[in-house]
Structures are given as C-alpha cells and as structure tokens.
Design a protein around this ligand. Sequence first.
Ligand code: ARG
Ligand code: ZN
Length: 869
Amino acid sequence: MRTETPVAVRLADYTPYPFSIDEVRLEFRLDPAATQVRATMKVTPAGSGPMRLDGEALTLKSIRLAAEGSALSILPPSDYALDDHGLTLTAPPSGPFTLETVVEISPEKNTALSGLYISGGRFCTQCEAIGFRRITYYPDRPDVMSSFRVRIEAEKAKYPHLLSNGTPGEAGDLESGWHFAEWDDPHKKPAYLFALCAGEYDVLRDSFTTASGAPVDLGIYVDKGEAARAAWAMDSLKRSMRWDEEAYGREYDLGVFNIVAVRDFNFGAMENKGLNIFNSAYVLADEATATDLDFEAIESIVAHEYFHNWTGNRITCRDWFQLCLKEGLTVFRDQNFSADMRSRPVQRIKDVIKLRARQFAEDAGPLAHSVRPDNYAAIDNLYTATVYEKGSELIGMLRRQIGSQDFRKGMDLYFERHDGQAVTIEDFYACFEAATGQDFAQFRRWYAQAGTPEITVEESWDAASSTLTVKLSQYTRPTHGQPVKKPVPVPLLSALLDGKGGHVAATDRAAEPFLYVLDTEQAEMVFRLPAGSARPLVSLNRDFSAPVRLKRALSRDERLALVRAETDPFNTWDGLQTLIKEEILTLADGSQTSPDTALVGAIGQAVRGAMGDPAFAALLTRLPDVGELFLEREPADPVALSAARRKLQAAIAAELAPEISETLAKASPAPYNPGAEQASIRALRSAFIMLLGGRGDAAGTLLDLYRNAPNMTEQLSALRALTVSAGAGKEEALADFEARWKQNALVMDKWFSVQAGLGTAEDVRRLIAHPDFDLRNPNRVRSVVAAFAMQNLAAFHAPDGSGYRAVEETILAADKANPALGARLMTAFEQWRLLEPKAGAEAEGCLKRLVAAGLSPNAMDIASRALDG
Ligand code: ARG
Ligand code: ZN
C-alpha cells in the first residue's frame, strides 16, 4: 500500500451541487462475490457544466441516458470520463434527464466495512460518511437529498429477510429460488442515510403508537436464537420515542422502524432512515452476558440513533464540516434522556469523566481541532470526541444561558424552518437569535477555536469591608494552526457557601446559585457581604456548566473545606477528584511516599455519607485514569503514575474495609432488573470489588465472588479485580471464564479486554496469537489493541518500547484491511509528546516505522499530524 497524505478539503470551498436528483431508484441483485446495482436517477440541472458522480471500487457495466421525453440509450464513451474516484458526464443535457448506471461490486471482498459488505453471512451497509460511493455512482454528499425507491433481489433460502429504508412495498418470489422486496422512503434523504440488510435473522417485534395516534411497527433483527437478548434495546427504543415527543414535541414519521444488529461494525451504530444498523454489542444484553454498563450504553445509543431521526435525518448537514450540527446536538439529547431515565447528577459526572478523558486529551495534543473545523484530510477521522462530546457541551452552555424555555423555542423554530433541508451551524444559531433576540456571534467562537480554555481563579477577602473579590481570567493555549485565541463566553454557575451546607447572600445578591458569564480575558466578581460576615467559600462551575479547566491555587485543607461545604453534587465529586489527582501526582513524583491520611479519611467519610445513593458513592471511590493525569504534569511518567494510583487505591480499600465487607456480604438484588435503581446498587458493589483487587490480600474473597456472581456485572468486576491483583485465583478465573463463554463473541470480547487492559505486553502478544483473535472483527481488535493502548498506559508506554512493539504489526494489518479501524487505533499515539523521554523516543520510533511500512490515507492522516504537531 502506498502512503500518501490526502489533500485537505476546505469549508471555504463549498459550492452547491449544480444538479438536483429528484428521484433515485436502486435495484440490487445480491451476490457476495458479484452484486449488481442498477441506479436510475431523475436529474434536473440547476446550471450548466459537467456532472460529477462519486464512485469507488465499482466496476461500471453500462451507462445509459435519456433526455426528457426520449428513451434510454447507451452513452458513448466520449460523453463521460472514469477515474479512481468517480465518473464525470462531460456534457449532460441542459434540461431534465434520466441517468441509469449498472455497476458490479464485491461485498465479500469489502474488508473496509464501508459500503455494502458481508458480516456473519448477511449483507449489510455502512454509508456515513462516504460509503455510498462504494455502492453506486452518485453525488455522495449530504446536501444532495432525494427520494429513494429500492428493489432487492436475492436467493430466498439464504436471505429470507430483505430490508431497506422507509416502508415495505411489493414483495414476492422470482425464478430459481430467488425472491424480491421493494422499499419506498417518502422522505428525501442524503445518500449517507441509505441502508440495506439481507439475510436470515430472528426478529423481536413490538409496536408503538405516536402521540397523535399513528401506529409504528418496530422490529429488531438479530442472529438466530438471540431475539430475547434484544428486549432491553426494544424497551429503550420505546422510551426514546416517547421522550422525544415529550421533551421536543417530535414524533416518529413512518409506519416502520427497524434495527439490525451486525457483528462486524466499525462504529457503535448508524441512524439510517427507518433502518438503524447497530454493532451487535449495543443491541444484545441479558443479565448473564451483559454488565449494567452495557445496558446503560444500549439505552443511550438506541436513543442517540433514534433522536437522529429529527436531528440528522429530517434536518441534515450541508457538508461534513457541519457534523457537530447533528452529532453534538444528538449527544446532548441522548445525555439528557439518560439523565431523565437515571440520576441526573450521576449522568453528569459520567459525561464529564468521558469528556475529560477523551476530549480534553484530544484538545491538548496534536489532533486538536475545533468543533466545526474548517478543513479535513479524511472525513472518517472527524468523528471525534471534540465533535461529539464538546459539541454537546456547547449546546448545554447555550441552553444554560438562554434558559430551557427559550431553548425549546429555538429548537421548535429550527424544526419548523429547516425541516427537509441540509443546513449549517449558522442556520441553527439564527433560529436561537430569532427566538431570543440575542446575538451569538461571540458564542460561536466556541465552534471555531480548538483547545480547552483554562480559567484561573484568584480570591481575596477584605475583612474590614466584608468584601470578597474573585478575579477570573481565561486563556486557551495555542493549537496547531491557531496561535492566538480570542476570549469565549464561559458560563460559570456559581454560589457562595457558608461551610455548613448552606448558601450565603451578598448585599446585592440573593443566596441562590447564579450564572456568571466570563466573556473577556479578565474580569472580577465582587461580593459585598453584611458587615461582620465570615469569609464565604466560592463554588464555581457547578454542574460543570462550562467545559473548561479551572486553575485554583488552593491548599489541600482549603480544598477539603470546600468539598465539605459544597451543595452541588458534581462539585462535591469533582473537588475530591482534584484532591485525588494531586495526591497521585505527589506520590508519583516521589515527594511523598504514602497517601495522606486526612485525604483518605475524607474520601471514606464522603463515601459513607453517600451510601444512600450507591451510584454516587461508587463514583466517589473512583480514581482518575492514568491518561487524565497526563494533562496535569509534564513529562508524564505512566509507570510511576500507575504505581501511585495503586497505592492510593489500596489505602482507600483499607479505609473502607468495614463498608466493603458489609456491602459484599449482602446478596445482590434479585430478581435482576437492568433499571437505574438496581444498577446503582451493583455499581457500588462493583466499585468495592475493584477496591478489594487493589488490596493484594483478597484473592480468596475475590475468587468466591467470581464463582458466585449472580450476574455478568459482578462476575466481570471480580474477574477484573483478580486480574489486577495478579495473585492466586487469576488464572483459574480466566480459564473458567473462557470455558464458560467461548461460544459468545461479545462476552469473549470482555475476556480479551480485561487481560489487554490490565496485563503486560506479553499477555497482549498471547491474546493476539489466540485462535479467537480475529483481525476482521473490529470489536475483537479493539478489545485487545485499543484496550491495551488506550487503557493500559503504563504497559503500552513502557520505557523500553515493548508495549508499542507488541501491537505494531497488528495495527498495520488491521489498517490494511480496514482503514477506519487502523486510523482509530493510531489515535492511541495522540499524547506521545507528553511522555517521559524514554517512552517518548520509543513512541516516535514506532510511529515512524508505521509510516514507513505504509499506512492507509486515514491512518496516515493521524500519524502525520501526531508527528508534526
Ligand atoms: N452517525 C453515527 C452516529 O454517531 C456514526 C457514524 C460513524 N461514521 C464514521 N465514518 N465514523 O450515530
Ligand atoms: Zn450520532
């Protein structure tokens, strides 16, 4: 494979497509080796000039054209030109015409899993962002919307179910054991929302009645024998449909909604109109095979894809630069759905953990880019934490600043104004400007500037006048191509605390929390208190109201006092996290050898005080991942950080020993229910099991917990804890787990990922050589390579380079077959410049070897940015 850095596409170069595709009919004759696709388009030119159609890995069989009123006739080769990326009609008619192409494609040779491919013996598609061009010649861009009619023909015995978007039409038998089905999608859509699935499935069926009384048939298509495991996904789907009606007034708009579960899938799931396609990991679950976190992920991803029906499908993106228009907004919607289904503060904390771990890291490294970038080299590499998670934070800030009523008004206007269109971020904000009369020009800088703003806070108290002054300043570090940043509006939800669990009023301000928007480089909040008042404590960025890094020079005691005084659950948790981070850093750099007893005691006290809200208590026991600590001090020494982290974990386990034994002596809730209440109890049980693993003297207890675990949540926690403790019982449990779950690929992914995430480079080599390691299955590759490279940083970034060498060849091989997967694995190197010099040099060497060996354009885009940046 030749390595070449792809040429950047620029937002500034956007021009509308000069033709409209009024209608498209697709006819498929499915065959794994040679599928034939006939595409017939009704075209109306909107200008003059050539017509460009995208196409990749297609074999053109015939091309015919008919001007209006005449019959199709073969297009002479002089009237079109073919190249590796498409087809150009050099002089198309100036009036309406019909174009028909017939191409042949080979789904079984499609290892990139983009376009039409085979998974588990069935046909399926993935077209976002640019997979449709691997199915037929077409203007494969989101602003070209058309109505699609589809006919599928296939061998009936092998492919009894034939599915596409929209609603089913005619179906029936054909000669020699073949059959056909037609599907009609009345809603105009871009090609990236096209989907086709064909094969033999079991189907879980249900129904839903919309608020206005329209019936919807629901179906979830899964592997034979798995229908019962789709029950939670179905339940989540129905709750999502209801929630979108209640929260946004959005009803479903077709009589059919289908989901198909696919074993080999590059991403989580895909929102194709009326036919969502899911990675089977996000469909199939029961108590024996899935953890509560799996159930939670299914609930949120089912919701996410369903919510795209309005934010993404009915209103789509004009171009891929606008990706956050649908993704950031839809993540915001699914996070709020989850918060309504479960605990809002717990959901907020989990969202922030993910944001910090992935997005802050991205923003601090060579892959930093703005939420709406103005150029890209490979569109697949733009499906990032920045576009998704930071994109969601921006919507959250918008809503916080204008209030939920005005937010709803703006959203209503957006749906009304732009239904059926492909639009931009500017169009979206124009709706909020119209609804509120406010100007969002400065706010929109958040979309254009990469990097995480740092907010420095300095307080001073003047006892004589009882005046508290809080100086705030903002600074965003330069990122690649953006040396100077302008100030953005930072909405800080704040409160003055009295230290006894209450709020303090200033002379001109009530005691309630208030929103302060810092929109300049520097500003001061001044609070005058009644004469003789005690100095209040300041609670800032409550509920993580802005996605920023707060810099506050507080002593350990001051932070502890603030944690005790807090009235905001997010800040209670975050205050402890900050202390824990500082403690791990201190232990890692050797300036302190054992964990501070006051801090460990405070954590214990906080956990004991939160036992009534077990999911929250579980989060209080959490230690930040090593990767999060990279951002706190340079150079980063993952080996030392990981050792320090374990020390602190052991101390917390000792502090909480009585609570741990008491909690684990109780039976797990039965009968099992995946809902929030029980999941919360199991979250604490799991957190305690993990703490036991940190103690190093609990192998017997852990093995008992493993053997008697009544559900996968606790079974897996015990397995992880045994693997961490690396003592007796580890091998026995791993062998038992493998024997028990050998036949279930999704469960085996957990077995692989526990070992890769917690073991050594040697373990990873062994896992890669395991007969069940499958380079063609992205879930399996991620469960080994991504688990190792992204979660097991002390081993991956080993100073002798052994971690890099253990996965290097596998990354190359994965990339050769599947560039989207290869590029994703390459992002593990995004933080390499922060590493201590030995690991840093090894990382650079590995990156250079990968580049020299030849990467796909997608992976090369990541590697070259990582090396330049
Ligand atoms: N739109 C899908 C979702 O977030 C993800 C598609 C991912 N595609 C890609 N090329 N990365 O719901
Ligand atoms: Zn999405």
